[in-house]
Design a protein around this ligand. Structure first.
Ligand code: SF4
Length: 470
């Protein structure tokens, strides 16, 4: 073994009776308490050093140092090109859900749709787009109230080689114009499904007929297009979460294999009505862990249909695959207004949908520009100056920093500021809990657990424990 250039630098965290160690690249292993003490007192044995060296975890040469720094840089590379547009052609909606994030306008209201000028500017933006890939997501309000605007945008993007389009719709109403759009190959349909009929009705519509209409429409599009073209996002009330088995059944029965378990993120007007929602950590973490263990048990007994929780799979990817760092909810640095923007019904541009809602509710104007002036603005620069976890004192000592991210808009929306000590934020508590859960499962010797983890990571093999131990 080569001589050490520097004593190895790891961060560690105790999980049950062992310690997880990770370096700044995010490469990790598990140790006994004895190893932990030898490491802390700088008395690693030759055998310890050999274990680390065999796994390229020692800075024993200039090459090893450069390789490590390259891996860190790869994790921290920022984004530079536009690849994702979230468009709000209308703020009007034909429902009024209690936690609506967007302070919607009534279906019959006027002045809440794109003007001809805004539509022209968006079409220019897309027509002049010269990249290879673009994702366009239509949000609302209910975007299908304006199929003409959706069609105009899609036609403008015909030249883009990899154009994907997601239409986020409440599926309350279908007609020929909407179905003609849904029929297009590049279009995906995203809707909301909160679980069983009773839960969905309670949270969304409060009305049996409206809920029945939605379910008929959901079944119709699933039959017409298949589950590959349709996704459904639930929103869970962490104070009264649904029965897990019934909830999973509501998705699985319709052929959905991915469930994105999201606690209600009240924003703007909705948060004013639900002040208890600022921090619901403990209850949520418990429910989330139960949910993952239910999925593991289900996948073991139904290997023909593997079901995943989308965010947990993303966190696993962040641990094992340093290149998978582009998800806007969990990346570092997390610049805003660079690779994606939100264009509101009035042509204002926001860094995220949450920022749009905060602004709409009059809490804080977080717009970074508009379709006339553009968005390379001092406001965007001010947000991006702090859009990283790199210099945060809590994150700098946290073992999970290489996998974690930064969401300044979430901090602003919950606390009205961005300098709350990290460990006290909802974002940190949530991610600390998810990564603790992930590492306890990675080192589980339970066959069913490893089976699901391997499937969620797209790995072959069924039962080998994914992490190494000294
Ligand atoms: S936000 Fe929390 S979990 Fe994430 S890196 Fe910072 S301290 Fe760790």
């Amino acid at each position: 073994m080569s001589p050490l250039v520097e004593y190895p630098k790891f961060r560690s965290r105790r999980i049950s009776d062992r310690y997880i160690f990770a370096n700044k690249e995010g490469r990790f292993f598990r140790s006994s308490t004895d190893f932990f003490h030898r490491y802390e007192t700088q008395k690693l044995s030759d055998q310890d050093l050999k274990f680390l060296d065999d796994r390229h975890l020692l800075w024993s040469s200039k090459l090893a140092i450069n390789a490590s720094k390259f891996a860190q840089a790869r994790r921290n590379t920022a984004v530079f090109e536009m690849s994702y547009l979230i468009l709000v052609p209308t703020l009007r909606c034909n429902l009024a859900c209690s936690y609506c994030q967007v302070s919607r306008a009534a279906e019959s209201a006027t002045g809440f749709d794109w003007s001809d000028q805004t539509l022209g500017q968006i079409i220019d933006l897309i027509t002049n787009f010269s990249g290879a890939s673009l994702k366009i997501e239509f949000q609302g309000g209910e975007p299908t109230l304006r199929p003409d605007l959706i069609s105009a945008v899609l036609d403008a993007g015909r030249h883009i080689p990899n154009l994907t389009t997601v239409i986020c719709t409440n599926l309350q109403q279908l007609n020929d114009k909407i179905l003609t759009i849904f029929d297009r190959d590049e279009v995906q349909i995203s809707t909301s499904l909160d679980g069983s009929s009773a839960t969905h009705q309670l949270q969304r519509t409060q009305d049996k007929n409206t809920t029945s209409q939605f379910q008929r429409n959901l079944d119709f599009v699933l039959k017409r297009y298949g589950a590959e073209k349709v996704s459904a996002l639930p929103t869970i009330n962490p104070i009264a979460p649904p029965d897990i088995e019934q909830f999973i059944d509501a998705f699985v029965e319709r052929g959905f294999n991915s469930i994105y378990l999201r606690p209600i993120n009240y924003q703007g007007f909705a948060r004013k009505r639900h002040p208890e929602s600022i921090d619901h950590s403990e209850r949520w973490h418990e429910y989330y862990a139960h949910f993952i263990s239910h999925l593991i048990a289900r996948n073991w007994s139904h290997p023909d249909q593997i079901v995943e929780e989308v965010y947990f799979s993303l966190c696993l990817s962040r641990i094992f695959r340093p290149g998978m760092d582009r998800h806007v909810d969990l990346r570092n640095p997390n610049p805003v207004g660079v690779d994606y923007i939100v264009v509101d019904y009035d042509g204002q541009i926001y860094p995220t949908d949450e920022a749009r809602m905060l602004s709409r509710s009059g809490i804080m104007d977080l717009s970074i520009g508009d379709m006339t002036k553009g968005w390379d603005s001092p406001e965007r620069a001010a947000l991006n100056a702090v859009s990283t976890n790199e210099n945060d004192p809590d994150c700098q000592t946290c073992i999970y920093q290489p996998y974690c991210g930064r969401d300044i808009i979430d901090d602003i929306s919950r606390y009205g500021r961005i300098d709350v000590p990290r460990h006290e934020t909802n974002f940190c508590k949530r991610h600390m809990s998810i990564f603790d859960l992930a590492f306890s499962l990675i080192y589980s010797d339970d066959e069913a657990t490893q089976y699901s983890l391997h499937r969620w990571l797209g790995l072959s093999g069924d039962s080998a424990v994914l992490g190494e131990t000294i």
